[in-house]
Design a protein around this ligand. Structure first.
Ligand SMILES: [Zn+2]
Length: 330
């Protein structure tokens, strides 16, 4: 959608300055946290670049190019992404990109390639992309999108114009989310934003996953585990609907809260639904034990995000046993 309304309101100042300048570099890297609207921004920018009569700030919506886009297909626009979510972008995909860039534009205007998420390129793919970046084709634009710019080759980053897109402040995020989810109350909006680390589109996605209900199930489970009313193995077997990625995120958030409580950075946990459990645990854990646990947790979170082949039940059980034993370690 080239309609600037599709762009998140907190990105409009960047959008305005980008679409009112005379010349554009041939490669962009849109970076910033996940779930803040980078993809929407890049899509709108691709539409604007392809428009044959663009105005400052908006595609015209009427030219042949805009008509093609509104009909859902534009021959001079290519999206490169992993074949399956979470998998790598391979060299074959980047070769397809190079072929596309070498062709003449079918509509006689510009060509645009979007590559998302850019950090998913494996090394061979990244090296192949470098060639395309070094030998730009006239009127052809490459838009890379990434949550993790640091995972890209520095030689790729340095050949792109890097545009860092940021999350909105809490008040703006909350009012945006309230407009999307008017059926929820402010407390629910805040809870979603907290789980999403302040990223509004991620918060919206969490709502569609019914994350709040899953979170309640996990919080209750953790409480009964610590009270010895429930075993780690039984919880691991009953949490079948909880995505591992969410589970790892929550335990990471709770661990950060424990560290903040231990170091006196906060008096109460930021995670309000754990405001009894976490202060109790903080009194019984040591900082070295927490650091060791955090290493384990981050390592396994990385494996989960990398779609490693993990035994789900066994992983949750191990996680819960370690969490419980944290208070026994010195
Ligand atoms: Zn147009």
């Amino acid at each position: 959608m080239a309609d600037p309304a599709a762009i998140c309101p907190w990105h409009l100042p960047v959008w305005q300055s980008l679409t009112t300048r005379d010349r554009q570099p041939h490669a962009f890297l849109f970076g910033g946290p996940a779930g803040i609207g980078k993809r929407r921004f890049a899509e709108a920018f691709a539409d604007w670049l392809l428009c044959l009569k663009p105005r400052p700030g908006a595609a015209c919506g009427e030219c042949r190019s805009c008509q093609l886009r509104l009909a859902g297909s534009h021959p001079d626009r290519l999206l490169i992404e992993p074949e399956e979510e979470g998998k790598a972008i391979r060299i074959d995909a980047v070769r397809q990109l190079a072929d596309f860039m070498a062709q003449t534009a079918q509509q006689g205007g510009r060509k645009v390639v979007m590559l998302h998420p850019a950090e998913a390129m494996n090394l061979n793919a990244a090296n192949a992309l470098l060639k395309s970046l070094e030998e730009p084709t006239a009127e052809t634009y490459l838009l890379l999108i990434t949550d993790q710019p640091s995972r890209l080759l520095p030689t790729i980053r340095s050949r792109c114009q890097v545009l860092s897109l940021t999350a909105p402040g809490h008040a703006e995020a909350r009012s945006w989310l309230a407009a999307q989810l008017p059926e929820l109350d402010t407390g629910q909006h805040d809870a979603l934003l907290l789980m999403a680390g302040g990223a509004p589109l991620r918060a919206l996605q969490l709502q569609t996953m019914d994350a709040a209900a899953l979170r309640r199930q996990v919080v209750e489970g953790v409480k009964s585990l610590l009270k010895r009313e429930e075993s780690a193995s039984r919880l691991a077997e009953t949490w079948t609907a909880v995505p591992l990625e969410l589970l790892a995120d929550w335990f990471c958030d709770w661990t950060l809260d424990l560290l903040r409580l231990k170091t006196g950075a906060v008096e109460r946990p930021l995670n309000g639904d754990m405001d009894k459990v976490l202060p109790y645990m903080a009194r019984h854990v040591t900082v070295p034990a927490l650091m060791e646990w955090q290493d384990w947790l981050l390592q396994h979170r990385g494996m989960i995000l990398g779609k490693a082949n993990l035994n789900r039940v066994m992983l949750i059980e191990t996680l819960l046993i370690q969490w419980k034993q944290l208070m026994e370690k010195r």
